[in-house]
Design a binder for this molecule. Structure first.
Ligand code: HOC
Length: 357
């Protein structure tokens, strides 16, 4: 690792040299005019916090409990698709780093290595489900994940269609030969079900997303903790809580689906009020610093998920890079807690904010 690679933005800067242009456009880009992509970062930058100087740090630690699991830190790796675009070992390298650093990994349905293979290298891992049009295919994926010791299931709901990905389109991005969605190869390729002249978005993609009944059905399929990812409205959060979801990931998909969705930092307080203190709330989209983790927790999250930084670090240095990136987050989180006077995760509250939302 070069000596001037000391922050997450340094990984982004270095990664640019290791990643070809169309892949860079795909992973870095957001939807449409990328307002949400920019806002995710700016919301953290704009939020001032206090430096507190009198707290007792004799028993300070970053440990926390999420959905019954003891974690060293409120950090998880977000589900990120197609990681062999960045490194020949792809998700295997990420899983090795996550295991070495004792950080839970959320494996994407769209992983470029089969989930069973990833699981062999992983520590604690969770499975992210993209709903498949046939219920039995979801059952197959769940069965495979549970068999391979997944410890929680996350269904992503904010991307029934992938959004207007102009940056990736302009760069002509396509999955290259040799990078496949390995978990899905046995399922029939989805055939466009819109009739001639009908909207493919309304009549095909939106027909294939999970209905509320499908989500209730999914709840009945597993006793593992079940989370929904991509939630931005308090009413959706409440409705999912009512049908038995254990947790939510407040996310705008890294600004990649609907441009104009507010930054997740600003969504957290209202969602926390809507679901109460006992519902597990994770968040992603724009975490780049230890201080961002403190701000997210102060705004109502229980833990955060890290997305793009895992791709940048994977591209730069494989498993070593991802482990180093996680180390940077851990050290910056400790530094941020030390300087905001929060000796434990429970001590982080809206009181750290120098200027309330
Ligand atoms: C219609 C399916 O999460 C990304 C991935 C893949 C999104 C698939 C949407 O590129 O953000």
């Amino acid at each position: 690792i070069p000596p001037d690679l000391v922050s997450i933005s340094d990984y982004e800067r270095y990664a640019r040299h290791f990643i070809r242009d169309d892949i860079w456009a795909y992973i870095s880009g957001g939807a449409a005019d990328e307002h949400t992509l920019a806002e995710n970062l700016q919301s953290f930058a704009r939020q001032p916090i206090y430096n507190r100087v009198l707290s007792d740090f004799s028993t300070a630690n970053t440990r926390t409990r999420i959905l019954g699991y003891e974690l060293d830190s409120p950090l998880l790796l977000a589900p990120v698709a197609h990681q062999r675009l960045l490194h020949p070992y792809g998700e295997i390298a990420t899983a090795q780093a996550a295991a070495a650093m004792n950080v839970p990994l959320i494996v994407s349905t769209l992983s470029s290595v089969a989930l069973e293979q990833i699981a062999q290298h992983a520590g604690q891992w969770w499975f992210q489900l993209y709903w498949q049009p046939q219920r039995e295919d979801n059952q197959t994926l769940l069965r495979r994940a549970i068999q391979a010791d997944a410890r929680a299931i996350v269904i992503t709901l904010d991307a029934p269609v992938s959004g207007v990905r102009n940056r990736a389109q302009r760069a002509g991005f396509r999955l290259p030969d040799g990078v496949r969605e390995e978990n899905l190869v046995e399922f029939a390729t989805s055939v466009n079900t819109a009739a001639e002249g009908e909207s493919v978005i309304f009549k095909h993609f939106m027909k294939q997303r999970p209905s509320l009944d499908d989500l209730k059905w999914l709840r009945e399929q597993t006793s593992l903790p079940l989370l929904a990812k991509g939630i931005s409205h308090p009413e959706d959060a409440k409705a999912l809580q009512e049908i038995g979801f254990d947790g939510l990931i407040i996310s705008n998909h890294g600004g990649r689906t609907l441009d104009g969705v507010p930054a997740t930092l600003s969504l957290l307080p209202a969602i926390r009020i809507a679901v109460g203190k006992d519902m597990t709330l994770l968040m992603d989209s724009g975490i780049r610093r230890g201080t961002d983790v403190v701000k997210a927790l102060a705004a109502g999250a229980d833990a955060v998920c890290i997305g793009r930084p895992q791709l940048w670090s994977l591209a730069v240095a494989g498993a070593l890079g991802v482990a180093h990136m996680l180390r940077i987050f851990q050290e910056e989180l400790e530094m941020a807690m030390a300087l905001t006077g929060c000796a434990t995760i429970d001590a982080i509250s809206q009181d750290v904010f120098a200027d309330r939302f």
